[in-house]
Design a protein around this ligand. Structure first.
Ligand code: 4AD
Ligand code: MG
Length: 377
C-alpha cells in the first residue's frame, strides 16, 4: 500500500479507507488514520495533469476549464455561487412568490435587437431569450408575485470583465407594484443573500481573501439617487458625461466608489432604456426604472423598474424601437385585460458572484463561461 501511494501522480483517482480522528493541528481539524488504499486510475507520468502550482496564463486555464474547476479557488467560487442561488430561491419562496419559468426560445426581442442570438426554429426564425421579463408580466397578472430563474443570452460584442454571452438571471415581477416597491424588494433580496453567504460560506470567502468587513456593511436601506444626481457626481469627478448619456463601466465605478453599500440609481432618460419602461408622470422624459450598482466598483448587478401600463403608449414604443407588433400582440393583450401598475427587476447571478467573491472577472463565476471568443470546453 505504501509503495502504491508513493508512486501516485497528481490527480490520480483513489479511495482511502481509515479512521477519522480530531486533530487541532490539521487545517480541517481532522486527520485520517489510513488502513487501506484503492487506486481507480493512475495519471500517466508521460502525460501528467496539465495544471501545476506554477503560474499559467488565463487563456491556458480557460482552455483547461474542465480540469481547472478542481482547484481550491474555483471550488470556493462555485460553492459560493451555489449558496447565492439557494439564497435567492429561499428568499422568493419564503416571500409568497411563485416560480414560473419562462421560455428560452422566443419569437421576439426584450432588451433591444442588437444582442440577439438567432436560431432556426423549423421554418421560422426564433431567438434565444435575453430576459424572461415579458412572460413574467403575464404570469404576474395571473399569480400576483412571480419569479423566473434561468439562462439568458446576449450576443454582446463587448469583451469586458463584466460580460458573458450566456448568464443566469433571476427576475421577480410583482402586480400592483411601483418602482419604489421594486427598490425595496431589491435591497431586501441583496441583503438577504449577502448575509446568507457570510453565515454559511465564510471559510470559502476567506480562502478567496475577500475583505469580509466590506460585506458585513451591507444592510437595508441602500442609498437611492436619481440619474440627474448621478450625472452631477460624475461631472464633479472628471467624467465627460452629459445629461442624456448612458453610463460606461468607468462611470459606474466612479459612482459606486462614493458609497459603502449598493447604490440604486433611478429615473434614467427614457431614450436610453428599453421600450417597456413606464414614463414618470411628472417628468415623462425620464423612466420609472432603477439600476443597482454594487460597491467597490463592481458595476451594475440589477436592472428593473415599473412597466408601461398603457396599451397605446406601448404600441407607440414598439414602433419607435422598430419592433414588430404582431409578435407582441399577446403582450399588448396584458394591457387590454385588467392592466395594473407592475414592476420587477433582473439580477445577473454571475455579476452578484463576482462582487460577493471579490473577483477581477466574471469568467470564473460560472462552471463553463460563454464569451465573445469562447465556446469551449
Ligand atoms: O439590465 P438588464 O438588461 O435588464 C433586463 O434584462 C430586464 N428585462 C430585467 C427585468 O427587469 N426583469 O439585465 C439585468 C441584469 C444586469 O443588471 C446584470 O446583472 C445582468 O442582468 N446582465 C449580464 N450579466 C452578465 N453578462 C451580461 N452580458 C449581462 N447583461 C446583463
Ligand atoms: Mg441594465
Amino acid at each position: 500500500m505504501f509503495s502504491a501511494a508513493d508512486s501516485l501522480t497528481h490527480e490520480s483517482s483513489l479511495a482511502v479507507t481509515g479512521t477519522v480522528r480530531q486533530d487541532s493541528r490539521a487545517p480541517s481539524g481532522f486527520e485520517l488514520d489510513v488502513s487501506d488504499l484503492k487506486v481507480y486510475q493512475e495519471v500517466s507520468k508521460e502525460e501528467p495533469f496539465p495544471i501545476t502550482p506554477k503560474e499559467h496564463g488565463i487563456d491556458f486555464l480557460m482552455d483547461q476549464r474542465h480540469l481547472w474547476i478542481r482547484s481550491t479557488r474555483q471550488h470556493a467560487i462555485l460553492k459560493i455561487r451555489h449558496e447565492i442561488i439557494k439564497a435567492v430561491r429561499d428568499f422568493f419562496d419564503n416571500d409568497g412568490f411563485t416560480l414560473c419559468d419562462t421560455p428560452i426560445l422566443t419569437p421576439a426581442a426584450c432588451e433591444g435587437t442588437t444582442t440577439l442570438f438567432e436560431v432556426k426554429y423549423f421554418d421560422e426564425q426564433a431567438f434565444l431569450t435575453q430576459s424572461g421579463q415579458l412572460y413574467n408580466e403575464a404570469t404576474a397578472a395571473a399569480l400576483g408575485k412571480v419569479y423566473c430563474f434561468g439562462p439568458t443570452f446576449r450576443a454582446e460584442k463587448s469583451k469586458t470583465r463584466r460580460h458573458l454571452t450566456e448568464f443566469w438571471m433571476v427576475e421577480p415581477e410583482v402586480a400592483f407594484a411601483t418602482v419604489e416597491d421594486t427598490m425595496d424588494l431589491a435591497e431586501r433580496m441583496i441583503t438577504f443573500i449577502v448575509q446568507r453567504v457570510l453565515e454559511r460560506r465564510s471559510s470559502e470567502l476567506k480562502s478567496l481573501e475577500r475583505d469580509l468587513t466590506k460585506l458585513e456593511k451591507i444592510s437595508t436601506p441602500f442609498p437611492r439617487i436619481s440619474y440627474d444626481d448621478a450625472v452631477k457626481i460624475l461631472q464633479n469627478n472628471g467624467s465627460e458625461i452629459q445629461w442624456g448619456g448612458d453610463f460606461g463601466g468607468g462611470d459606474e465605478t466612479i459612482i459606486s466608489q462614493q458609497f459603502e453599500k449598493p447604490v440604486m440609481i433611478h429615473r434614467y432618460p427614457s431614450a436610453i432604456k428599453a421600450f417597456y419602461m413606464e414614463p414618470d408622470p411628472i417628468r415623462p422624459e425620464v423612466a420609472l426604472c432603477v439600476d443597482v450598482l454594487a460597491p467597490e466598483g463592481y458595476g451594475e448587478i440589477v436592472g428593473g423598474g415599473q412597466r408601461a401600463a398603457s396599451h397605446d403608449l406601448l404600441v407607440e414604443r414598439l414602433k419607435e424601437h422598430g419592433l414588430p407588433r404582431e409578435v407582441f400582440q399577446w403582450y399588448l393583450d396584458l394591457r387590454k385585460f385588467g392592466s395594473v401598475p407592475h414592476a420587477g427587476f433582473g439580477m445577473g447571478i454571475e455579476r452578484a458572484v463576482t462582487w460577493i467573491c471579490g473577483l477581477e472577472h466574471v469568467r470564473e463565476t460560472i462552471p463553463f463561461p460563454r464569451m465573445l471568443y469562447r465556446l469551449t470546453p
